[in-house]
Design a protein around this ligand. Structure first.
Ligand SMILES: Nc1nc2c(ncn2[C@@H]2O[C@H](COP(=O)(O)OP(=O)(O)OP(=O)(O)O)[C@@H](O)[C@H]2O)c(=O)[nH]1
Length: 645
């Protein structure tokens, strides 16, 4: 994954200190008058050429709540893609429609028609997910566009996510149209926000559009700007097919639906197509364009955006970023494809060991529509059979856990998340360790390497001190500090990935009062003094609570974890010793004193059936506990590590 880059030019007053890999300053708004760019290789114009000149592929990028969905609704209304009545009906019918048509309305992509100066244009609005865990997918969606509307809330100004999304757009060489939204509001600071925008992207004041998505102000101007400023797609309709997959979704009836943008050639119904990264070939059962739902067509041509259904049932076979080409006349892969690798690993176990088979079925189904989820079976002494899962990040992990609970009705135990380490043995072997249990014995270990990331934090200058303290405390090394505008600062650190897995986001948020954006990209492995810390309950090792951690952190971490477990474990009829140990050495200890809860105490007299009932009830409650040796451990204790202060 490439790191994001940034340009900023302030009409002669350059206000930035260049960050790493800074490209030459470039005015991304300069293309006021659109000149249709036609590929030089295009020697044999065909009928699709005029069509291509009339296509505009774009996305909307914005900080959360700046009005992206509202603006998209207005664009759909103004272009009569959706009537006002449909808009209402759709909200209500959402779920049914989704099931019927197999498309989430207004997400992924939608096509609109717009008439400008008597000529009809085709707009493809491509939707992008919005979190750092999925930044690869965002970057692929942006790669399918030629332009982006950069939406900024007039009452809030430039915010963290505005900047990180802008980075991705600039990296993909998109034409940026700045739009200040919510100008109807009392607190709108139009002049100030204009200055910020000019500072940030180096555009002229007259290039900034003003709008109120809620009241429909400025919508015509935005539509006109899309026609005039965003370049038409380039490409050769006669060349071998090259179509970029920017998203996919799973439909239980039709299988995987892949969304793509054609860069060269065209794709027809019935073609034998090939996915370049897997070399798998399929017949195009259906191709088409994306209107309110899927609209089948015979062909999707150069420059256009469409979908394909091939009957594939497994999301793993259709990879975002991959290139579709034709079997008989293959084109080259489109640059930038990456195999997305899991960054964070954790065990997922059924609460009751009997439910393993059911959980397995659910995991299989979940993976069908989430190709980035990886898992394999593992066993834990404490938890029995379960899965070691790989996630793109912590948010992804939370999403999977929540989907298992909501969509599949599974209550699961998630174990301590960890990153993937490389352990080198004294015999010179290299082992990939995704689970603390796999770490070889210290006597056989030569050294351990841990993954490093380049972390980028964007915030306000007044928080520089707090961010530095936080990142340096997490073993970060400051690489660069630069001002993007007079009020926005960017800090680049190199940090161990393991340090951001637990509580980095939360700490960063509280240290900057929510005013920071954070992004990272892997930069390889470095040697580190990593130890395996075990937790013992009455001398019994609980493998599900083991963690791989830097030695300098272990003492503090062990102590806090023991304290947290003391809070979370219920008192029992005997004393419980909670210990943290590295090898044979105990580094922390807490004790829970004995306590006898006699639920039958109130039943004096000899009513044996009532006594039995109460004891049965107590047993029910215990089913949600796990027995470790003689200690009963509630579910939440396995996640204690995530709740440390
Ligand atoms: N007053 C006013 N409110 C607006 C305008 N545009 C959007 N809003 C409101 O701002 C809130 C957020 O708008 P959304 O369109 O949901 O924003 P979003 O960027 O799509 O938000 P996320 O999907 O959460 O990222 C909603 O309550 C909108 O009604 C506007 O032009 N004026």
């Amino acid at each position: 994954m490439q790191h994001k880059r940034m340009t900023s030019q302030n009409q002669g007053r350059l206000t930035i200190i260049p960050s790493l890999q800074l490209p030459p300053p470039k005015n991304h708004c300069k293309q006021l008058i659109h000149t249709a760019s036609i590929s030089k290789e295009l020697t044999n114009p065909t009928l699709s050429l005029p069509l291509m000149k009339k296509i505009r592929n774009f996305c909307i990028i914005a900080h959360i709540d700046h009005g992206k969905s509202t603006l998209a609704d207005r664009l759909l209304e103004h272009t009569k893609t959706i009537s006002e009545r449909e808009m209402m009906a759709q909200v209500l019918d959402d779920m049914d429609l989704e099931r019927e048509k197999g498309i989430t309305i207004k997400s992924h992509a939608i096509q609109m028609n717009y008439v400008h100066n008597g000529e009809q244009y085709t707009f493809n609005l491509i939707d992008t997910p919005g979190h750092v865990d999925f930044s690869y997918e965002v970057s692929r969606a942006l790669a399918a566009c030629e332009g982006a509307l950069l939406l900024v809330d007039a009452t809030q100004g430039i915010q963290a996510q505005t900047i990180s999304n802008l980075y991705l757009a600039i990296e993909n060489d998109l034409e940026i149209i700045p739009v200040i939204n919510k100008i109807d509001m009392d607190g709108a600071m139009i002049a100030e926000v204009k200055d910020q925008v000019m500072d940030l992207i180096g555009c002229k004041e007259e290039e900034i559009l003003l709008a109120s998505a809620r009241n429909g102000i400025g919508i015509e101007e935005i539509l006109t700007a899309i026609v005039e400023r965003i370049p038409a797609p380039k490409g050769n309709p006669e060349a071998p097919l090259q179509a970029l997959i920017f998203d996919s979704m799973f439909n239980s009836f039709r299988g995987i639906i892949a969304y793509f943008r054609v860069f060269n050639g065209s794709i027809k119904k019935g073609d034998t197509i090939r996915f370049i990264s897997t070399d798998a070939e399929y017949e195009a059962d259906e191709v088409g364009i994306l209107k309110l739902g899927l609209q089948p067509a015979n062909e999707v041509k150069t420059g256009d955006v469409g979908y394909i259904i091939t009957g594939i049932k497994n999301a793993k076979e259709v990879k975002v970023g991959d290139t579709i080409t034709l079997s008989g006349n293959p084109g080259e892969p489109i640059k930038g494809f990456e195999e997305v690798k899991p960054m964070v690993f954790a065990g997922i176990y059924p609460v009751s060991t009997d439910d393993f088979a059911e959980l397995r079925e659910c995991m299989d189904k979940l993976q069908l529509n989430d190709a980035s989820l990886t898992y394999e079976i593992e066993t834990s002494q404490a938890l029995g059979f379960g899965f070691r899962c790989g996630f793109l990040g912590l948010l992804h992990m939370e999403i999977i856990q929540e989907r298992l609970e909501r969509e599949f009705n599974q209550t699961v135990i998630t174990t301590v998340p960890n990153v993937s380490f490389h352990a080198y043995t004294t015999k010179g072997e290299k082992l990939i360790v995704n689970n603390p249990a796999e770490m070889p014995d210290t006597t056989k270990l030569d050294h351990i390497d841990e993954p490093y990331i380049k972390a980028q934090v964007i915030s306000l200058p007044e928080y520089i001190g707090n961010i530095m303290t936080l990142c340096l405390g997490k073993r970060g090394i400051l690489i660069n500090q630069s001002y993007l505008t007079t009020t926005r600062v960017e800090l680049i650190f190199e940090m161990p990935l393991t340090e951001i897995v637990f509580d980095f986001y939360d700490k960063l948020k509280s240290q900057t009062r929510g005013y920071a954006s954070f992004d990272y990209s892997p930069i390889g492995y470095r040697e580190a003094d990593i130890v395996k810390m075990d937790i013992l309950l009455n001398s019994e090792k609980v493998d599900a609570l083991s963690a791989l951690i830097h030695r300098s952190r272990s003492q503090d971490f062990g102590r806090k974890l023991c304290e947290k477990l003391k809070e979370l474990l219920p008192r029992q009829q005997f004393q419980i010793a909670i210990q943290a140990a590295i090898g044979a050495k105990i580094i922390a200890r807490e004790t829970i004193s004995a306590f006898r809860k006699d639920v039958t105490a109130k039943c004096y007299g000899g009513d044996i059936s009532r006594k039995r009932k109460l004891l049965e009830k107590q047993k029910e409650g215990k089913k949600r506990m796990r027995q470790i040796g003689n200690v009963e451990v509630p579910q939440e204790a396995f996640l204690a590590v995530l709740k440390l202060d």
